[in-house]
Write a protein that binds this ligand. Structure first.
Ligand SMILES: Nc1ncnc2c1ncn2[C@@H]1O[C@H](COP(=O)(O)OP(=O)(O)OP(=O)(O)O)[C@@H](O)[C@H]1O
Length: 621
């Protein structure tokens, strides 16, 4: 039996945060989807941007430890994992897990194929290499063992012993997570590992869905244990555990076409991933009384590898296609939260009273030591101290209302119950439809604006947030070839003209009512007595297409303008601009200009005066 030794090594107190790596896979879908362009793209080795779902002219930018673009090789991805592996040899835990939507490349990243091996085979090979190097000049003996399990429908199944039933997850007095009855096999070389791993992987539950022909329906966890024992008395023993986890993908059943058993699996997958996000939330908040690890088998198992004792790397896999958009967005938000978690590595050490058993087959029998629970729980809740910004700061949209909207959406997605989440997904689908309609309107409006600009020989310019400036073309959805074929009209990119200052718009009026520019601004506040006449007939004197154009311009500012842009409208001060932003937060977009009456204080005369002042102002300028 091994006796536990308390570890009080000062060096072990240093914190280690979860490294977050994002991998964008290449296009896998149809040509049509490729023609639309990506909804997300890397900007450099640490930053990426994704289209803002509420306003396609904006993008949301994230900062991560590493961004691996579409062309990244398996070897390059492994470079993000390699540095944590040496910790195993000194009794510390480590974990690597792949997270992301179904079909985004998690299994490719973790398992890979024979010609493109993924993180798991590479990590195992590296651990053997490290041990070999140590063995030559060390005072310790090393042994490596493996376990392999899947969590399917909230059941823990032993992949090395497929006939076994659901296994319990236990915790020892030192908060080590154990699975009594789980096969633990000692392995002596990489080929020995391969011999067990390859057939066991075939036992994993997979099925075909609309999004992925071979979709993992379970979370697969490979556990690699490195035990080192001192050659001389007192035969100290240290155990380092490495979890390599290929999570099942987060799913949208409308996209996967799941029904029956697939739907049930999907429910279990989404629920456990949802719990994982709640755990991340609690760990980040630093105030949670209870981190809900126990709410799912997955989080229970990850307890000592996330926010616990391990060095962790999370690889977030994302896909470029628009159909993955909301899952990609969710995955990025989840990933940016994980950056805030602080792990406290520690050395897990025991004293070997009896000689170490080196049997080929065994069962996980007990824990190896950890530091006291209270101290660790306290440490788990601490947030990152290393100067990285919070998730809210990572979202760097160009103005606060957008950021608030994103945070609100994120909170809703993360905090609502499973049932609510489904209705939330419906809402999101509805919003998506509305965005599409709005975009159509915007395109129509922009092509008109372009036409006007050409007529008056004005040059159009694109307003761009300096923080987002780069040499790349703006990220925007293009029409797929199929849609293009259907549509006759020439559509200008969304960015053009949409964010132009009002001044740059052309003024086109009916010849009969052509009023000089200066006079127009006078008309905003008409002389007494003439107000009624102007109230009733000013609109009828204007060219209808110009009128409509101006209305659309104002509507666009109302729907997507920042606080500053809203305050640039006539008769909108700070308070009104905030009320408009607030209305947008709750209700979304104004469908038509007249909807602005729904904003507090914009009824009756105020409304007509607001409309008139702004239309005339747009035209006058
Ligand atoms: N970086 C990549 N390069 C080339 N092909 C890739 C890459 N990433 C993924 N693929 C391919 O995309 C498809 C889906 O990938 P994969 O099965 O790894 O997704 P997944 O995220 O594990 O999905 P699920 O959660 O449904 O299991 C596979 O055919 C895979 O080979």
């Amino acid at each position: 039996m091994a006796q536990r030794v308390a570890v009080s090594d000062g060096a072990n107190k240093k914190t280690s945060r979860v490294r977050v790596v994002v991998r964008l896979r290449p296009y896998m879908g149809k040509q049509d989807e490729k023609d639309e362009g990506p909804c997300v793209r890397g900007l450099d080795s640490q930053n990426l941007e994704i289209i803002n779902w509420r306003n396609a002219t904006e993008t949301v930018k994230y900062h991560f430890d590493v961004i691996h673009g579409e062309q990244t090789t398996q070897q390059e991805v492994f470079r993000s994992v390699k540095p944590i592996l040496p910790h195993l040899l000194s009794g510390q835990n480590a974990s690597v897990f792949a997270y992301g939507p179904t079909g985004a490349g998690k299994t490719h990243t973790m398992m890979g194929s024979s010609d493109q091996p993924g993180v798991i085979p590479r990590a195992v090979r590296e651990v053997f290499k490290l041990v070999k190097a140590k063995n030559e000049d060390d005072r310790w003996d090393y042994s490596i063992g493996m376990s392999y399990l899947e969590i399917y429908n909230e059941k823990v199944l032993d992949l090395l012993s497929p006939s076994s039933l659901d296994l319990p997850i236990r915790e020892d007095k030192d908060k080590n997570i154990l699975i009594p009855g789980l096969t633990h096999t000692t392995i002596s070389s990489f080929s020995d590992f391969d011999k067990h791993f390859v057939p066991a992987s075939l036992n994993r539950t997979t099925a075909s869905t609309k999004l992925n022909q071979r979709s993992s329906r379970s979370h697969a966890v490979l556990l690699l244990k490195v035990v080192r024992t001192q050659r001389t008395l007192p035969h100290r023993q240290q155990t380092g555990k490495l979890y390599l986890i290929d999570l099942a993908g987060s799913e949208d059943n409308r996209l996967t076409g799941n029904q029956g058993i697939r739907l049930k699996e999907s429910g279990a997958i989404n629920l456990s991933l949802f719990t994982l996000s709640k755990v991340v939330d609690s760990l980040n908040s630093g105030t949670a009384v209870r981190v809900p690890y126990r709410d799912s088998k997955l989080t229970r198992l990850l307890q000592d590898s996330l926010g616990g004792s391990a060095h962790s790397v999370m690889i977030t896999n994302i896909a470029p296609e628009y159909k993955y958009y909301f899952h990609t967005f969710g995955a990025l938000n989840f990933a940016s939260k994980s950056k805030l978690i602080v792990n406290k590595p520690f050395t897990c050490e025991t004293v070997a009273v009896l000689p170490v058993k080196r049997g080929r087959e065994g069962h996980e029998a007990g824990g190896s030591g950890t530091e006291p629970q209270k101290k660790r729980q306290k440490e788990e809740r601490k947030t990152e101290q290393d100067g990285f910004p919070s998730s809210a700061q990572f979202h760097s949209p160009s103005e606060p209302s957008v950021m608030d909207r994103l945070i609100a959406l994120e909170k809703l997605m993360m905090n609502c119950g499973d049932k609510d989440k489904l209705s939330m997904l419906k809402d999101v689908a509805q919003s998506r439809k509305e965005i599409q309609e709005l975009k159509e309107k915007q395109r129509e409006f922009e092509s008109k604006a372009m036409l006007f600009n050409r007529e008056v020989g004005e040059r159009s310019g694109v307003k761009q947030d300096p923080a987002f400036k780069n040499s790349m073309a703006p990220l925007q959805r293009k029409q797929s070839t199929a849609t293009k074929a259907k549509q006759q009209a020439v559509v200008q990119p969304l960015q053009v003209a949409q964010l132009q200052p009002l001044q740059q718009l052309a003024v086109v009026r009916k010849q009969s009512v052509c009023v000089k520019k200066k006079k127009l601004s006078d008309q905003v506040e008409p002389p007494e007595g003439k107000e009624n006449m102007l109230e009733s007939c000013w609109e009828s004197q204007l060219d209808t297409s110009v009128l409509e154009h101006s209305r659309q311009k104002i509507l666009h500012i109302l729907n997507s303008g920042s606080l500053k842009e809203l305050k640039g409208l006539q008769q909108i001060g700070d308070k009104k601009a905030k009320l408009i932003l607030g209305w947008r937060e709750i209700h979304g977009h104004f469908r038509k200009l007249d909807d602005v009456v729904k904003v507090e204080g914009m009824m009756g005369k105020r409304f007509s005066s607001f409309i008139k002042a702004n239309i005339l102002s747009v035209m006058g300028k």
